[in-house]
Ligand binder design. Structure first.
Ligand SMILES: [Zn+2]
Length: 299
């Protein structure tokens, strides 16, 4: 990931207190990321749109610029933390949806040098600094914990609750908790997802049903999962890997093997994959049904 992508990702999909490490040449002063664009959900347009970052407080900065004192702001934003020997600053940004031009979100970012400046170095000598941490410490409206409607429609009641809890954990960056809830969902739902797949009208339908019948007799999950790959719709096959195998693989091993950070990453990946698989099956189902209806009417 480039530094720009890291910051875009932090803004668009990471919860509070997540941080990314970027090169100081990319982001050293507040204006360096002004105009940065990223994808974000716009409730007005009910879809993901491009948002563009703006330095705040924009009104004050505009007045400052008109009085040519903008450069003073630029040179005085940073403070040196004597105790930790680090440079840091906190900056407020806003970002507006470029589609409707009205919906805006606000972020508070804290920027801090990665390593302490050695005591032997002059405080003003910044040549020893290579990287800075960019941490998201504020967001309004808050990190989205509204569950994906396609996935919620699909889940059984118990897993709808598990999913809401997983999202709450993710919003607080409780990775272990989020991972545990998502694992439970995969465990409960993986066979139901395959059953849903067997509802798609197509040449593979009977093969999938026959795999499910065998599974109900012998309960050998790996046979079911390995066997299903050949019959997946192309939208799922094109992932390059068997998504069911990847999801099921998350259930092996204990949570104790992974750090909070690792669990947090795994939780995000499971969430993304689960939403993708359920949505693709649903899309496939409705596309096939629509095509079939159209054909019937034409004949
Ligand atoms: Zn919008």
């Amino acid at each position: 990931m480039t530094d720009k992508e890291k910051i875009s990702d932090l803004l668009s999909s990471k919860p509070l207190y997540k941080k990314v490490l970027v090169d100081i040449n990319f982001f050293n002063k507040p204006t360096d990321i002004e105009e940065l664009s990223f994808s974000f959900y716009c409730p007005t347009d009910k879809s993901n749109q491009t948002f563009k970052l703006k330095l705040e407080p924009s009104n004050l900065l505009r007045i400052a610029a008109s009085k040519l004192v903008y450069h003073q702001y630029e040179s005085s934003f940073e403070s040196f933390d004597e105790k930790n020997r680090k440079f840091k600053f906190t900056q407020h940004y806003s970002a507006t949806c470029q589609y409707c031009n009205s919906y805006a979100v606000h972020f508070l970012l804290q920027i801090e040098t990665e390593n302490p400046i050695p005591v032997s170095t002059l405080q003003t000598d910044k040549s020893v600094i290579r990287y800075q941490f960019v941490k998201k410490i504020g967001q309004s409206p808050p990190f989205q914990i509204t569950p994906d409607s396609d996935l919620m429609d699909f889940l059984i009641k118990e897993d709808q609750d598990n999913y809401k809890k997983a999202l709450i954990c993710r919003s607080q960056d409780y990775g272990i908790g989020a991972f545990a809830y998502l694992r439970r969902i995969v465990e409960n739902e993986i066979v139901r997802i395959i059953e849903d797949l067997s509802q798609i009208d197509g040449p593979e339908k009977d093969k999938i049903i026959s795999l499910l019948i065998t599974f109900r007799e012998n309960h050998i999950m790996t046979n079911l999962i390995d066997g299903i790959y050949d019959y997946l719709p192309s939208s799922l096959k094109n992932l390059g890997n068997n998504p069911f195998k990847v999801l099921y693989g998350q259930l092996s091993g204990g949570i104790h093997e992974f750090s909070e950070e690792e669990c947090s990453i795994k939780a995000e990946q499971i969430d993304t994959l689960l939403k993708f698989v359920v949505k693709k099956i649903r899309d496939e189902n409705s596309v096939v049904r629509a095509a079939r209806d159209a054909m019937k009417k034409l004949i």
